[in-house]
Design a protein around this ligand. Structure first.
Ligand code: HEC
Length: 132
């Protein structure tokens, strides 16, 4: 079918509008595909880094499977505040979590804690490692 000039004249602006619209959408999607990393500072909320609400839940999910009173791998229990404090005070808690030289990297066989999780622990320790 031969291209009718009138049809072209009407559809061309529509095409341009649609192109702009879709490229706008694509840009939005791209923003969602590559969000800012969680540990970029902005998105890491280290306020209220209390033992009961932030620190112990983290240890329970990442460490207690292997470090409890019943399963104390390497002789280390991280069950309850008193036990966590022992490992905090002898430097092993952060040494293992930060994968520092001279410590076994923890969690064993798992991914290193995120920068944000480590920042939470550090905030709690700097505030006195309280049982709060
Ligand atoms: C899958 C099991 C497992 C998980 C999960 C795990 N550990 Fe361990 N951990 C071990 C074993 C086994 C040892 C003893 C062998 C060794 O030192 O590598 C150990 C040893 C340790 C030690 C003593 C190591 C040293 O260098 O003195 C500390 C402290 C420790 N873990 C802390 C943690 C912390 C904190 C977490 C959570 C962030 C954690 N572990 C998660 C299995 C685990």
């Amino acid at each position: 079918m031969p291209v009718n000039f009138k049809t072209l004249f009407i559809s061309l602006p529509g095409f341009i509008v649609l192109s702009v619209f879709f490229s706008g959408c694509y840009y939005d999607v791209e923003q969602e595909l590559y969000p800012k990393p969680i540990d970029s500072g902005m998105n890491c909320d280290t306020s209220n880094a209390s033992f009961s609400t932030k620190i112990y839940p983290l240890i329970q999910s990442k460490c207690n499977n292997c470090h409890s009173t019943s399963i104390s791998s390497g002789g280390i229990s991280l069950e309850g505040y008193a036990n966590v404090l022992v490992s905090e005070q002898n430097g092993k808690l952060m040494g293992t979590i930060n994968h520092n030289a001279g410590f076994s990297p923890m969690p064993q066989g798992g991914a290193k804690l995120t920068d944000c999780e480590i920042a939470l622990l550090t905030t709690w320790i700097n505030a006195g490692a309280l049982n709060n």
